[in-house]
Design a protein around this ligand. Structure first.
Ligand SMILES: Nc1nc2c(ncn2[C@@H]2O[C@H](COP(=O)(O)OP(=O)(O)OP(=O)(O)O)[C@@H](O)[C@H]2O)c(=O)[nH]1
Ligand SMILES: [Mg+2]
Length: 464
């Protein structure tokens, strides 16, 4: 890839819309557009000022392709930091293809996925985590995802990391100065002040790493596993929660063989609801594989909905609890006593009491079939999510790449603290501080390589 090329791509969603935007970026792209664009006044875009829009025609030789509006940006005041032209044309796929072809015939090349944003990063318009936030912003589908992506794109996270890096750099340069004086046994870096700084830095990195739990839940949804015996009504409940016939429901035991997942949004929180194969002893190999998956989903979930058919004997449920409870330890377990419509209210109260010694975070009776008490279930889910209210300026980590780097940085700064406590020599302290700086720099892109960039920008769509 050559960063001097003029790149072009359709930046609006693929397909036919009311209008489409074709973006060009790179030195000379304004002059290139002049080859195919004619304004009614005959004025050339190259003679126009930055940040202006111009009506005219895209022409292939003497033939008009479309009436368009071009927007003109000049380096460095554009998204990519380069000269940029955005051509807004009518949304026909044919017109889009014709214009892109014309631009390529005139010397542009098709942009690679994410190449506009990658150029913005390489030209210093944004740090790497801001560039990643562009992709998150485009993908955001809930208020929470949108807010976190927007915060990150505005640079809150990057500037917090930059502050930490500069404190660490000050820190290590003092220590390294001591090393320069070699034999002379001088101390520039007051160890107790260093300890104070390192403790502060450790706390900030820890807070950021801890925020990933929330960030990941907001971005990817909270995993909720529906588990229980066959025929308890798990698939009925999944369909009810997602509002469509997502899974097959039947009175045959063992209907669901594989995990079925769908997402719902409650009060701005995304939940990934996972229906699973019912748990029972079986000689059927495929069903047994399905049940193995049920336990895997149970382990991966944050919230577990254990559906109990109220018509099954209490002893049977209690026996199953021996298997389920240890696996659900540390998770938010909600017992759902289902098929309440089949019991009288006296029977229901008796059953409720008999099952009260199964420990759970919450329990409720519902009828999934008749859709009773499902509001209460939704409220329980929202409560179980226990997400803190996010404010405009919260710095929350949502990206697993950032999280991993923070975990490494945290380990390094803890080595520094340990070293300070144990009077480690300056060269070893400095090594750990440099390691911490390295990992923080990986997040913002101060330290990067083609492989990291390829991984990040390759996931973008073309035109972004
Ligand atoms: N009366 C009554 N029947 C229900 C209720 N919920 C589910 N059923 C019925 O119970 C049967 C089993 O329902 P499913 O949702 O398929 O049960 P499941 O837990 O997914 O079963 P497997 O996939 O076999 O593990 C169906 O005939 C449902 O109509 C309920 O609240 N009341
Ligand atoms: Mg099922």
């Amino acid at each position: 890839m050559n960063n001097c090329d003029i790149i072009c791509a359709v930046s609006t969603a693929p397909g036919c819309g009311g209008i489409a935007v074709i973006r060009l970026s790179g030195k000379g792209c304004i002059e290139l557009t002049d080859n195919v664009f004619a304004s009614p006044s005959g004025k050339k875009l190259a003679d126009c000022q930055a940040n202006t829009v111009h009506f005219g025609e895209i022409r292939k030789g003497a033939e008009a392709v479309d009436e368009v509006v071009t927007a003109l940006f000049r380096a460095p005041h554009s998204f990519t930091g380069e000269d940029t032209v955005e051509i807004t044309c009518h949304g026909s796929v044919y017109i889009q293809q014709q214009i892109v072809q014309l631009l390529i015939d005139n010397g542009a090349r098709s942009a690679l996925p994410g190449e506009f944003t990658q150029r913005a990063f390489l030209n210093g318009k944004m740090d790497l985590c801001q560039a990643e936030a562009v992709a998150d912003l485009i993908a955001s589908s809930t208020a929470g995802m949108h807010r976190l992506a927007l915060n990150q794109m505005r640079g809150g996270f990057g500037s917090e990391l930059a502050k930490l890096r500069s404190r660490l750099l000050d820190f290590t340069s003092l220590i390294e100065l001591e090393l320069d004086f070699g034999e002379e046994d001088v101390t520039f870096a007051d160890r107790s002040r260093l300890k104070e700084s390192a403790t502060d830095i450790e706390a900030v990195i820890r807070r950021l790493a801890d925020s990933f739990g929330t960030g990941n839940a907001v971005k990817n949804g909270i995993p909720v596993a529906i588990i229980g015996e066959t025929n308890a009504g798990k698939s009925t409940l999944l369909n009810l929660l997602v509002g469509e016939e997502r899974a097959i429901v039947s009175d045959i035991h063992g209907t669901t063989r594989d995990a079925i997942e769908d997402t719902i949004n409650l009060s701005g929180i995304t939940f990934r609801i996972i229906d699973t194969a019912g748990i029972r002893n079986t000689s059927d190999t495929i069903e047994a594989m399905g049940i193995e998956r049920t336990f895997k989903k149970l382990e991966q979930a944050s919230i577990v909905l254990w559906i109990i058919d109220l018509t099954t004997p209490v002893e049977q449920t209690k026996a199953l609890s021996q298997t389920i409870l240890p696996k659900a330890a540390g998770k938010h377990l909600i017992l759902i006593l289902n098929k309440s419509d089949l019991l009288t209210s006296n029977e229901l109260s008796a059953k409720y009491c008999q099952l009260s010694d199964i420990s759970a975070s919450a329990r409720l009776c519902i009828s999934a079939k008749q859709q009773t008490n499902t509001d209460q279930l939704q409220q329980e889910l929202i409560k179980a999510a226990a997400l803190p209210a996010l404010s405009q300026n919260d710095v929350i980590v949502t990206n697993v790449r950032h999280y991993e780097a923070l975990v490494h940085a945290l380990r390094a700064i803890r080595h520094v603290l340990h070293g300070l406590d144990n009077g480690l020599p300056g060269d070893l302290l400095s090594q750990d501080i440099r390691e911490c700086i390295h990992y923080l720099g990986e997040i913002t892109g101060h330290i990067t390589n083609d492989e990291i960039l390829g991984n990040i920008f390759g996931k973008f769509c073309i035109g972004k």
